[in-house]
Design a protein. Structure first.
Length: 154
């Protein structure tokens, strides 16, 4: 897989409405779920108690937190996209976040990106809205669908 290089503001604008690519497939590991639970303080048994999840969960195994699924998009973005010609790129937030299917421990996932709207927002910043989908290998429903917003200064 090769990165998509976006070279400056005009190139960014020219790519609006187009897919950008996907990350490599990765496997959701129990250690990652536990680390996220420790970082957020969310130790609900459906995520961190492997035995109880096998016995009592409708998913029959631990699942990743929904917000863990969303957070996977941050690192995957720079695996898929290289931004050149910008002095600053910051996360600005998310829109329309949904978790249609659970991402189970042991599932393989990848993150797909498309560039949506690009607009000037003042003070020299441009806002770019990226559609992100955390796909689960072999499943029709994704783990997460969202719009993530970056603000860029050229």
């Amino acid at each position: 897989m090769s990165k998509v290089t976006i070279d400056g503001l005009e190139d960014l604008r020219a790519r609006a409405g187009k897919p950008l690519g996907q990350s490599e497939w990765k496997t959701m590991e129990m250690a990652q779920v536990k680390t996220f639970a420790d970082a957020t303080g969310d130790h609900q048994w459906i995520h961190v108690d492997e035995e109880r999840a096998r016995r009592e969960s409708p998913f029959k195994r631990p699942i990743a937190h929904g917000y863990l699924s969303l957070s996977l998009t941050a690192g995957a973005f720079f695996e898929v996209v290289e931004l050149r010609g910008f002095d600053l790129v910051v996360n600005y937030g998310s829109n329309k976040v949904r978790f249609p299917a659970p991402l189970g421990v042991g599932d393989r996932y990848r993150v797909a990106f498309a560039l949506g709207e690009v607009k000037d927002v003042g003070n020299g910043f441009t806002e770019a809205i990226f559609g992100v989908t955390v796909e689960i290998e072999g499943q029709s429903k994704p783990a997460c669908v969202a719009e993530v917003i970056h603000r860029l200064k050229a």
